[in-house]
Design a protein around this ligand. Structure first.
Ligand SMILES: *[C@@H]1O[C@H](CO)[C@@H](O)[C@H](O)[C@H]1NC(C)=O
Ligand SMILES: *[C@@H]1O[C@H](CO)[C@@H](O)[C@H](O)[C@H]1NC(C)=O
Length: 413
């Protein structure tokens, strides 16, 4: 058993590594050189699978067996594991196949986002949970479109502080110094009433508290994006809620609007997120607003800013006073589009931490910002992947944590 677990962990690590190591690849690789390539492959595969259903699995397996040979670590681990399996199961071929299937399943899980989470987690316990969350989010966003960006930000601010465990939602008590009071959240994080409303409705429709507050945050973030015109994705589910929060950790881990590129890269790396995740997730600033005090220095002092844009922003953000006056983070703050990125290319990023992603020269994220600025499909797809990845940060599962009855309070029973 021990070696099996060790191996599975090994596979996961290799996959995690592979996921980051193969970043030179792109889904658009053949778009210019031969746009007909992918449709042609698809046509032949469809014909083959139609002709013989079994061919689908066979082709899938060919790719698997190709990838595993010449990746030395993976190969050694696989061989060792196959040997162990063979010994413990009297070398029956059946167990080898079962084991290969096992590896395959682990691989499939790892690719979609590690861990024990699953998009089908509530399908049996409470099939109405997800439609209910969606309904409440849609109503809230319809009522105030700004709420979409606010709910998206809640999930992000939850995940960056000790993982996606709804620690952000806990109010202060004698033992909890609420994350709501941290620098990045005080007088800024909003939407807590919407989360409370979702929780009430979901618990009512499920008949008991089975949906965690952490999952509600993850689903509400996705539903907000979709409500404002973004593409959908499958949210991984099954997180459990923390029994504590930490203002200190929030102050330490939430990125500030004043950060430069190295600071942002380091901040995201601490969460296991790479530069592509940084750029894609920053694209969340296609929604919402920022307060004057977060961009004042930029519009009065920075040089990497469009002059007319700076002038316009100064009109509602004076040198002193008006700290909480709002300005949109991109020209279409209620629409999930690529304007955030095309704006950066024009030096019209509102926050320093936004413009930091585009230097207009040798910046390591420039290329990606430019690509997203004219390829909405690439942005949507990468945003979804990075959201799933972020949603997996240090999640509590199984018997860890609890399912809170009230998202603001720990259960004491
Ligand atoms: C949060 O904001 C309130 C209202 O402006 C202020 O009174 C309080 O001191 C702030 N809390 C922290 C921890 O800075
Ligand atoms: C701009 O820079 C000057 C000089 O460093 C500084 O005194 C000032 O506080 C900065 N911010 C604004 C909004 O002028």
């Amino acid at each position: 058993m021990a070696s099996r677990c060790a191996f599975q962990l090994n596979v996961l690590l290799i996959l995690a590594f592979a996921a980051t190591a193969f970043s030179a690849l792109s889904p658009y690789y053949y778009e210019q050189v031969c746009p007909e390539a992918l449709p042609t492959i698809k046509r032949v595969v469809e014909a083959a699978v139609y002709n013989e259903h079994r061919m689908g699995a066979s082709l899938l397996r060919l790719h698997f067996h190709d990838c595993f040979v010449n990746a030395m670590c993976a190969r050694r681990s696989l061989e060792r594991m196959l040997r162990d399996q063979a010994l413990s199961h009297h070398s029956s071929m059946a167990s080898l196949s079962a084991f290969q299937l096992n590896v395959f399943l682990i691989l499939a899980f790892a690719v979609t986002g590690f861990s024990a989470l699953s998009p089908y987690y509530y399908d049996h316990v409470c099939p109405k949970a997800l439609p209910t969350i969606k309904r409440v989010v849609e109503a809230a966003v319809y009522n105030e479109r700004r709420m979409g960006g606010s709910l998206l930000r809640l999930h992000f601010h939850d995940c960056f502080v000790n993982g996606c465990d709804a620690s952000l939602l806990l109010d202060s008590t004698s033992t909890i110094d609420s994350e709501k009071n941290s620098l990045a959240n005080n007088n800024s994080a909003r939407g807590f009433e919407v989360i409370d409303l979702i929780k009430n409705e979901v618990d009512k429709i499920c008949g008991r508290p089975v949906v965690s507050c952490a999952d509600i945050l993850a689903v509400a973030a996705r539903d907000s994006v979709v409500a404002l015109g973004g593409s959908s994705w499958n949210v991984q589910l099954g997180r459990r809620d923390s029994t504590t929060g930490s203002r200190t950790q929030a102050d330490k881990n939430l990125p500030s609007p004043f950060m430069d590129l190295p600071g942002l890269i380091k901040n995201f790396r601490r969460q296991g997120l790479n530069q592509k995740d940084l750029v894609a997730l920053s694209g969340g600033h296609t929604l919402g607003f920022a307060q004057c005090f977060t961009f004042r220095d930029r519009i009065y002092n920075d040089t990497n800013i469009d002059r007319d844009f700076a002038k316009e922003r100064r009109r509602t953000c004076p040198r002193s006073g008006g700290d909480t006056n709002l300005a949109p983070l991109d020209p279409s703050p209620a629409s999930f589009d690529t304007a955030y990125f095309s704006n950066l290319v024009k030096y019209k990023g509102l926050l320093r931490s936004d413009q930091a992603l585009f230097h207009g020269g040798s910046g390591s994220t420039d290329r990606l910002v430019k690509a997203y600025s004219y390829n909405a499909g690439a942005f949507s797809s990468d945003f979804a992947k990075s959201m799933v990845k972020m949603g997996n940060i240090k999640v509590l599962t199984g018997k860890q944590g609890q399912i809170r009855s009230n998202c603001r309070k720990v259960n004491y029973y």
